[in-house]
Design a protein around this ligand. Structure first.
Ligand code: GLC
Ligand code: CA
Length: 558
């Protein structure tokens, strides 16, 4: 296995709007991140992935960029960015930017020009089509509800927007568009950034025929993703980007890629293909979610193990996994797969253990390291996410679903669960800001915050620090081969890692019951050493262990 710095790193994702407000306007900003660099250094992370900071009208909190070479007013100035980059580098921390290149804002000057006339120089920067029999060009549904096509009176044509109608899709078929993106990427790399997370990067190549998506019962406009993701030229475009720009720098790249399996993913990340270093898959976070009926399904642990194992084994040869539970689009993992009440602390630590010992690069999302939880706002007016607000408009206001149903779904899966302000301390507004923030603070901030955990050796925060430290000190945690054991066990997730003559055994109890772990006969353990656990362990007998609620243990087998 080839050694790389980005395989040995731990990434921390910052959602800048909600991380730290430095100037008292209720919105997180770049100077706020600078203030917290020492904290991040203390935690031990190597790389920060910062969600988009570019100029944007904020229809989708920065995932709608109107100028790729300037900083969003809310977040500060280019001087602030330069300071952040150099202060991070001084501490040995790298910075990844979030490249949103599948679409721009409708306020980007390319689009302002593009919509002016059919013969405008920028017309073909976007995807314009004639309607069909007075309707949209095809049946594709946007990710935020309704059709993915918006009619534009001016030229009597429709433009494609897979996300909101303020996020028109770029036309990557056009070589000028690709060149513009290359120039932007090069510009930031020359400034010294260390890589990119690439937003929905497997959506950039649309099928030339724009075929209808398969009809889905109970859905007016079926998900565009079913026909758009992993399109015919996506690998050509990525290889070109790599050859022209990425390969000239020592950086890391991770693509956000919905609807990929390991077989598809390996085509993006295999080292000899020269495209990306890693991708984010969604299979494990889609297991408990019913997108059609907007409901939560119970998590089946055997399925979760099957999915992770498929990815671990699938990318073992020549690929590399990204490991995550959380990001700015997902509910908080402790509320989702753990227990955010009685076993809050134990389950948060167990979930961290389970993920951080797998093969791949771990990503921690802000607040995950202190066990931040989902939130339940009383009124829809307190939500800010366009996805949630559109659900309300499209489902409740049209009478398709009840308010209760939508609130319940939002409590489980709403993206604002991840976007409430970072909980730094127990003062008003959780130390995030001195004034009322742009989105409400989770009311549990008095209990869950950095300040109360930083000096507590047994806190979730210090547990994450230990996990990171163990990874740094043990090559096996990075490069060891993963193997699942007890495949069919419905309560326990156990696996081993093997490197040369070393072996680790990871045992995680995924529920509040006591469950017995029986060592499989074919594993040779004679002496063993406990290297981390979320309970005190008094005996060191591992052929049969009575695991306590959400208990996690990691042994080194010698
Ligand atoms: C990605 C982002 C999400 C955004 C969407 C459109 O999925 O993670 O936050 O809304 O792309 O850019
Ligand atoms: Ca601010």
């Amino acid at each position: 296995m080839r050694k790389k710095w980005w395989k040995e790193s731990v990434v921390y994702q910052i959602y800048p709007r909600s991380f730290k407000d430095s100037n008292g306007d209720g919105i997180g900003d770049l100077k706020g991140i600078v203030e917290k660099l020492d904290y991040l250094k203390y935690l031990g992370v190597d790389v920060l992935w910062i969600s988009p900071i570019f100029k944007s009208p904020n229809d989708d909190n920065g995932y709608d960029i109107s100028d790729y070479r300037n900083i969003m007013d809310d977040f500060g100035t280019m001087e602030d960015f330069d300071e952040l980059l150099s202060e991070a580098h001084k501490r040995g921390i790298k910075i990844l930017l979030d490249l949103v290149a599948n679409h721009t804002s409708d306020e980007h000057h390319w689009f302002i020009e593009s919509r002016k006339s059919k013969d405008n120089k920028y017309r073909d920067y976007y995807i314009w089509k004639e309607g069909k029999n007075g309707e949209e060009p095809n049946n594709w549904g946007s990710a935020f509800g309704g059709s993915a096509w918006e009619y534009d009176e001016n030229t009597n044509m429709y433009y494609l927007h897979c996300f909101s109608k303020k996020q028109p899709d770029l036309n990557w078929e056009n070589p000028n568009v690709r060149k513009e993106i290359h120039d932007i990427v090069r510009w930031w790399l020359d400034k010294g950034v260390d890589g990119f997370r690439m937003d929905v990067i497997n959506a950039i190549s649309k099928h030339p025929d724009f075929p209808d998506a398969p009809e889905t019962e109970g859905v007016d406009y079926p998900d565009f993703g079913l026909v758009v993701m992993n399109g015919p030229k996506v690998h050509d475009y990525l290889r070109e980007l790599n050859e022209e720009v990425l390969s000239k720098y020592n950086i890391m790249t991770v693509g956000e890629t919905p609807l990929v399996t390991p077989e598809i993913a390996i085509k993006y990340v295999a080292e000899d293909r020269r495209e990306l270093n890693m991708v984010f898959c969604f299979e494990h976070v889609d297991l408990d979610r019913d997108y059609i009926n907007l409901r939560k399904k119970p998590l089946n642990l055997v399925e979760l193990k099957r999915v992770f194992t498929k990815w671990q084994k699938g990318l073992e040869q020549g690929g590399w996994n990204s490991l995550y539970w959380n990001n700015h689009d997902q509910p908080r993992v402790v509320s989702r797969f753990g227990d955010d009440k009685e076993y809050w602390e134990k389950s948060a630590k167990m979930l961290a253990t389970c993920l951080h010992f797998m093969q791949g690069t771990p990503y921690i999302y802000q607040g995950e390291e202190i066990g931040m939880t989902n939130v339940k706002f009383e009124s829809i007016n307190e939500y800010r996410d366009i996805a949630t607000l559109n659900l309300y408009k499209n489902e409740v206001l049209t009478g398709k679903r009840s308010m209760n149903e939508i609130m319940e779904y939002t409590y489980q899966f709403g993206r604002d669960n991840a976007r409430t302000p970072m909980q730094w301390d127990d003062t008003e507004y959780a130390g995030f800001s001195k004034v009322k923030p742009w989105i409400k603070v989770n009311p549990n901030y008095k209990k869950i915050n950095v300040k109360s955990q930083i000096n507590d050796e047994n806190s979730i925060l210090n547990y994450y620090r230990k996990l990171i430290k163990i990874r740094k000190e043990n090559e096996i945690v990075v490069y060891g081969i993963y193997d699942l054991i007890l495949e069919e066990d419905e309560n326990i997730y156990a696996y081993t890692r093997t490197l040369d003559n070393k072996k680790l055994l990871i045992i995680c109890n995924f529920n509040e019951k006591e469950n017995i772990f029986n060592m499989p006969k074919d594993i040779n353990y004679k002496t063993c050493k406990l290297i981390i656990s979320n309970y005190e362990v008094f005996e060191n007998k591992i052929d049969e262990i009575k695991l306590r609620p959400y208990e996690a243990r990691v042994y080194e087998l010698i």
